[in-house]
Design a protein. Structure first.
Length: 367
């Protein structure tokens, strides 16, 4: 026989609490929103979705959102790209209203605010790898899903030049190409696909991290392919990478209003005194020479595009103006030239040696 205290305790456990009833009501509203998303007709989907979202918005009262906000920034809840302001960039913070709207979007997709199934990036809802896994696992008709991820093939590319401060720089970028083999059955119909995803590789990024990003993209593709629903996928690290791409402290001054307000207009470039022009030897384009062992390669030019860029910076002339100068003088160049390989060596040497003519032409033409 149960004592009064035990009976009271069992009654409290068995009786549904007010919070449980409220949670069940919200789950029913979420199910209505998900059903509205699956409507076929465009107006039917729009009307039902609008009604469902409005009912969810009314149901997510301040007391409920107070509990939801405690999940923000947690791996057990949902993460965001919030950050504190610094001298060089503004801070990011999301209030209750912003979180409520992102929660409604995630709920309509069938996601939960727990388990890091979605993140908030740039004020929008982004589905994570965990979220895509959850959606595929609960997709009706999808069975026998298999995914094979091959090790990433890392490729490097470098870019060099001269910064606005006149310093030479070299930027190295790495990309990982990941091949994914997929096979599945959807509503009894077997199918398969092989895809390749290009993943940006950051410093210290391992193969597991690269394949993890490819897994997210592959699952997002498969879900969109099977449901005709386009879902933006992403994670907090993506937003932080974009923010971290800003210049390091000391290389960029903080924004203080419009820097052009009140600035003096620079005087026009004065025409340089005419000097003796060095003849420009035409670039000869001919058919490939016959194979012979007596061929000798010409020595490489000692002038590089960096030399030309220094002159551009010193005289306030842009590369498009140099291209227009070449057009007016019928000097051989490649349209859109901006790198060393686009100017023949002799043309590059002539431009550097006779740059005063370029300055005079720009000052006279005003182009």
């Amino acid at each position: 026989m149960n004592t009064p205290s035990e009976a009271t305790r069992q009654e409290k456990v068995m009786a549904p609490s007010k919070s449980t009833e409220l949670a069940v009501s919200l789950d029913n509203l979420a199910l209505e929103a998900q059903q509205a998303l699956s409507c076929k007709g465009s107006f039917e989907k729009a009307i039902n979705m609008g009604i469902a979202m409005n009912r969810l918005r009314d149901a997510l009262t301040p007391p409920i959102m107070e509990s939801i906000m405690k999940l923000k920034g947690s791996q057990l809840g949902f993460r965001t790209d919030e950050c504190q302001p610094t001298q060089y960039k503004e801070g990011i913070s999301y209030n209750v209203d912003a979180v409520r709207e992102c929660l409604i979007v995630a709920t309509c997709m069938g996601l939960s605010p727990v388990g890091n199934q979605w993140n908030i990036l740039a004020g929008r809802t982004y589905v994570t790898k965990e979220g895509m896994t959850y959606l595929l696992k609960n997709l009706d008709g999808l069975t026998n899903l298999k995914m094979v991820y091959h090790p990433a093939e890392i490729k490097e590319s470098s870019t060099s030049g001269i910064s606005k401060q006149g310093k030479e720089y070299q930027k190295i970028e790495r990309e990982g190409l990941v091949r994914v083999d997929m096979s599945w059955e959807f509503k009894g119909v077997p199918d398969s696909e092989t895809l390749e995803f290009c993943i940006r590789v950051n410093n210290g990024m391992t193969q597991d991290a690269i394949i993890g990003k490819a897994e997210r993209k592959a699952k997002a593709w498969l879900y969109s392919h099977l449901t005709d629903t386009i879902i933006s996928d992403g994670e907090v690290e993506d937003g932080r990478e974009m923010r971290n791409a800003t210049p390091e402290p000391g290389t960029q001054k903080p924004k203080v209003g419009n820097p052009l307000v009140g600035a003096a207009v620079p005087p026009p470039v004065a025409a340089a005194p005419k000097q003796e022009e060095k003849p420009l030897e035409p670039e000869v384009v001919s058919s490939p020479p016959p194979a012979t062992d007596d061929l000798k390669l010409e020595p490489e030019s000692t002038v590089s595009v960096a030399d030309l860029e220094k002159l551009l910076q010193a005289h306030g002339v842009s590369m498009p103006q140099v291209v227009k100068f070449c057009q007016s003088r019928q000097i051989y160049y490649v349209q859109g030239a901006s790198r060393e390989e686009t100017f023949p060596p002799k043309t590059l040497e002539w431009l550097v040696a006779n740059f005063n003519q370029v300055v005079a032409w720009v000052g006279a033409s005003g182009k």
